[in-house]
Design a protein around this ligand. Structure first.
Ligand code: ZN
Length: 501
């Protein structure tokens, strides 16, 4: 008889599966959950079985981060990148200090300051090329907004990027120009910004930044993520990481929408670790967002072929536009189990959730919006990320951090959904609070569902992969306010240890 490779025992276990609820032991064989039960599982142990006594710790399914940008997030580990995100630099002054310090440290290495936030860094003027030239004379310097949508370069950075006066705009990316048509240094949209910063970070992209990104995700207890900004240039690099066995997280990726289907790989691509399942369309948020008409055309181009569509819609109007487009394409091309997605859902109303529920649309909520921005945006008092309204409308929800916008913090997302507390301690729209078990589902099985991976992961169920996280304490045993402080002890992907504290 096959003996388990691992047996977890003597601790609390959250299975997120009604069939296995109340279990106190889990056996893992060949990367899969082999058995779930009580101490009797120890009888299966053989000479090669590693018995892990949880002793007060808690075992649960690995966290699922439904919406991140690994290609951008990995830059945080680059030597050329100065992290000025509001979680690191809390004010305009702190940004100034960080940028000045990086320049003053000397050297000739190009610098990329990532994370300027127009709201949380209020008082920081919009950068201009002249000001960036003064700040770092002759040295390439780029500032990149936290949303990822806008960046500003100085003259040396423009020269390094080889952007001459006749540089053409790119699909979904364009360069701001002076009256002679020359790029001013300001760029909108990922393709244009990548053209600006490619040389700054390009050489490092091969040397393990993505591997560091995966280590970082594993350290947060993440075992599956939805890559929402997949560009074709990343395909070889990402595939290489998986091929070399350096990947620590499963990825379901969404290619950035393009006008046609020409860059999309076949639907039956990839494997359980790494697979493209959809495309991402931005409907609001910046100069490169799709119009209602273009959105309808794109949804009609991709949905009938089986691709899942994820639309970013933060405000009420954009949400309406997306729901209209989904509604009409589902009438024309009905499909069960389409799991069409809405991203962020910051201002989505209860009525819109009911409509989403009727259409079978899934929603990924950016809970950190409430935590980090809730204090500065008055409308958050009443309408910020309404998780409870979503659940009452039978919408399956996930939480995400949109990293690098905010760092991956699944436990904080859950705490925030339960307590509705912003960073200052202020409680916002308390009636939208959900309970811990609902929050856990949004960060495990329901997020896996959204990523079409609930059949293989997202709960502790015999036959599924042993994608697991061990927390230092059981979330049920601490006050909700302390949830975010629980440390990750270890993480497993298909039974393989990917992180240990
Ligand atoms: Zn995003």
């Amino acid at each position: 008889m096959d003996t388990p490779d691992l047996i977890f025992t003597d601790g609390s276990i959250i299975t997120v599966d009604p069939e296995t609820e109340g279990a106190t032991a889990v056996a893992v064989l060949d990367g899969r959950i082999h058995a779930v039960g009580g101490r009797e599982l120890l009888r299966m142990r053989g000479p090669g079985t590693d018995v892990i006594e949880l002793s007060g710790r808690c075992l649960m399914p690995g966290f699922v981060e439904a919406h991140i940008h690994p290609a951008r997030d990995q830059l945080m580990f680059s030597e050329s990148v100065i992290d000025i995100r509001p979680m690191v630099c809390g004010s305009a002054d702190a940004v100034r200090t960080a940028v000045h310090a990086a320049v003053a440290a000397g050297g000739t290495r190009p610098l990329l300051c990532y994370g300027l936030d127009p709201v949380l860094h209020s008082g920081f003027p919009e950068p201009t090329r002249e000001w960036l030239d003064e700040l770092a004379p002759g040295r390439p310097l780029v500032m990149w907004q936290n949303s990822g949508r806008v960046a500003w370069a100085n003259t040396a950075a423009l020269a390094l990027a080889g952007l001459s006066a006749d540089a053409a705009d790119l699909p979904d990316g364009h360069f701001d120009r002076d009256r002679f048509g020359r790029p001013t240094g300001k760029a909108y949209g990922t393709p244009a910004i990548l053209a600006l910063v490619g040389r700054i970070v390009g050489e490092q992209l091969d040397s393990g930044l993505l591997a560091k990104e995966h280590q970082h995700l594993a350290a947060r207890g993440v075992t599956l993520c939805g890559d929402m900004g997949f560009a074709d240039e990343m395909r070889v690099l990402t595939a290489g990481l998986y091929r070399r066995g350096l990947a620590k997280v499963r990825t379901r990726f969404y290619e950035i929408s393009s006008p046609g289907l020409e860059t999309i790989c076949p639907l039956d691509n990839g494997d359980d670790l790494f697979r493209q399942i959809g495309i991402k369309i931005r409907v609001d948020g910046g100069a490169t967002a799709a119009t209602a008409e273009r959105l309808r055309a794109m949804v009609r181009a991709y949905h009938p072929h089986g691709w899942q569509i994820a639309c970013r819609a933060d405000d009420h109007t954009a949400t309406e536009v997306v729901l209209d487009a989904y509604d009409s394409v589902l009438r024309e091309y009905p499909r069960d189990d389409h799991r069409l997605r809405l991203e962020h859902c910051g201002a989505m109303t209860p009525e819109q959730y009911r409509r989403a529920g009727r259409l079978g649309v899934t929603c990924s909520l950016f809970m950190d919006h409430l935590y980090y921005w809730g204090d500065t945006e008055p409308e958050c008092e009443t309408q910020c990320v309404r998780a409870r309204s979503a659940l009452e409308a039978d919408v399956r929800i996930s939480f995400h951090n949109d990293s690098p916008v905010t760092p991956e913090e699944p436990l904080r997302n859950m705490a925030c959904a339960i307590t509705r507390t912003a960073r200052s301690g202020r409680v916002l729209a308390a009636e939208e609070a959900i309970n811990l078990d609902q929050a856990i589902r949004a960060q495990t099985i329901d997020a896996a569902y959204q990523l079409f991976a609930d059949d293989i992961t997202g709960s502790i169920t015999p036959g599924k992969y042993a994608d697991l996280v061990v927390l230092e304490s059981d979330p049920h045993s601490v006050a909700p306010e302390e949830l975010a402080d629980i440390a990750v002890h270890s993480t497993y992907l298909a039974g393989r240890l990917t992180y240990r504290r």
